[in-house]
Design a protein around this ligand. Sequence first.
Ligand SMILES: *[C@@H]1O[C@H](CO)[C@@H](O)[C@H](O)[C@H]1NC(C)=O
Ligand SMILES: *[C@@H]1O[C@H](CO)[C@@H](O)[C@H](O)[C@H]1NC(C)=O
Ligand SMILES: *[C@@H]1O[C@H](CO)[C@@H](O)[C@H](O)[C@H]1NC(C)=O
Ligand SMILES: *[C@@H]1O[C@H](CO)[C@@H](O)[C@H](O)[C@H]1NC(C)=O
Ligand SMILES: *[C@@H]1O[C@H](CO)[C@@H](O)[C@H](O)[C@H]1NC(C)=O
Length: 470
Amino acid sequence: MEDHLKSCTQSKSKCFSTKFISIFVSSLFLVIILFHTQYSSPFEFSLSARSQIRAFLSQENYSDVIETMNAELKDSVTFLPLKDLRFTETARDGHTWFMSSLNDILEENETEHLYFPSKESKGRLLCFKGRDIRDGTKNSYALAWRGSLPDSAILLEGLTFVSDTYYNHDNLWHGICAMAPLVRWSMKNECLNPARWVLFHWGELRLKMGSWVQQLMQANFGEVKVEGFDRGDVPYCFEKAIVMRHDLGQMKQENKLKVSDQLRCKARSYCGLNPAGKGREMNERGFPIIRLTLLMRRGSRSFKNATAVTDIFAKECAQVEGCILHVAQSEDLSFCDQVKVLTNTDIVASPHGAQLTNMLFMDRESSVMEFFPKGWKENAGVGQYAHHWMANQSGMKHQGAWWDPIGEECPSPQDHLQCFHFHKDGMVGHNKTYFAEWARRVIDQVRLSKVELASVDQAKQLHDSKACVC
Ligand SMILES: *[C@@H]1O[C@H](CO)[C@@H](O)[C@H](O)[C@H]1NC(C)=O
Ligand SMILES: *[C@@H]1O[C@H](CO)[C@@H](O)[C@H](O)[C@H]1NC(C)=O
Ligand SMILES: *[C@@H]1O[C@H](CO)[C@@H](O)[C@H](O)[C@H]1NC(C)=O
Ligand SMILES: *[C@@H]1O[C@H](CO)[C@@H](O)[C@H](O)[C@H]1NC(C)=O
Ligand SMILES: *[C@@H]1O[C@H](CO)[C@@H](O)[C@H](O)[C@H]1NC(C)=O
């Protein structure tokens, strides 16, 4: 060292040029590596560029430097709260309050989403830590390279579906809105099935989805495993993860219909139904079969006099040759019974309630008639139109609703919330004249469209065909 320093001071210019050349050569090498890194995928980076650096450095016995760098990378993995309270006011907009540091990948007509590892994540995997079910700020997320996952992290292999919803995964309507983007994503990506699901509501972990929603997902993807992160309080990292946090988000009508077609198709096949040709059924005298189903419920929002309502519909149905009335009690039906009943329905008439989500299983263009108790129209807000929206996105015709005008007045009519609670679980009466005219009109419309259908080419029934997209 001493000698070297000395020689440097003695013949400064020679020493300088040797040093300059060695610096130049190593810089050149580095530039080549960086250039290579820039233009290859993240995976290649970890595999090829890193091993090149390793080979280069080990010549100089720098393996300990690599160790240190890797340890530093592990330690620099930063966990942020899943729910970011700074965005409470705009919880559902843009990057939302869930994993708010990350911007969505945008695809035309599709729901905004995140994918890991990707170009956008610079090849890093997604990791979660925490399993709080009441406070989303106590759960956290981080990005890490596969070779530098945080200490004691568990790597979960295969593809993981992550869904955070502002509403919930239990209710049939909200559940289906949260799941539809994942179904659609799979349809666009080789029909991939997830190895597991991770569910959040406002960043709070959820351990299950509603049973109807779960069975529908099972029909579509096979066994549904909801991850509970119960192998210790450590980070869990995903080999591959797709994250949806906007419910339907920017998904366009056309794609919503495709998702509905897919779910209908898979549910029917899961339940062993083969409805090919159903739409063109004729009776022995050549009249089209029209299947009208009264889907009843018990308790809140049931009909005050179900017999009277049945009588009205039965009378109108009897007046149209080919019309068949079926009365079903929704609570008594298993998932597959529901699929079966609605598969064999052209017109469903039912009080407002979750059972109406089963309209999904009717052929496209089928009809929905909905009934509300007194007080809903004025006090229930836009949520009461959920089945209008559902009909729209599953390709059904919502033939309108009837709001019962008769019943007790709520104590303080100005207070909508209080009034809604007053009327929420009310029962539904009937108006014989109105119901009869309405039923007659809808049955006739369906009859006409069936006559028309019988005369068009079979090829036009493609979307009801047996072959599911996935
Ligand atoms: C690196 O240096 C250490 C300590 O000087 C030595 O024990 C080790 O064998 C060296 N490794 C290589 C690959 O040269
Ligand atoms: C998006 O939808 C519009 C109409 O809804 C259509 O014209 C366009 O081709 C779609 N784009 C893609 C990429 O599917
Ligand atoms: C229900 O309606 C039927 C048929 O209209 C009627 O005979 C019966 O009395 C009604 N029941 C009640 C409890 O009002
Ligand atoms: C559903 O709603 C969209 C947008 O509001 C509209 O363009 C479309 O025509 C509707 N579809 C049906 C089947 O009513
Ligand atoms: C029942 O419906 C008919 C037809 O819409 C209407 O004229 C009548 O006023 C309604 N009756 C009651 C009691 O609301």
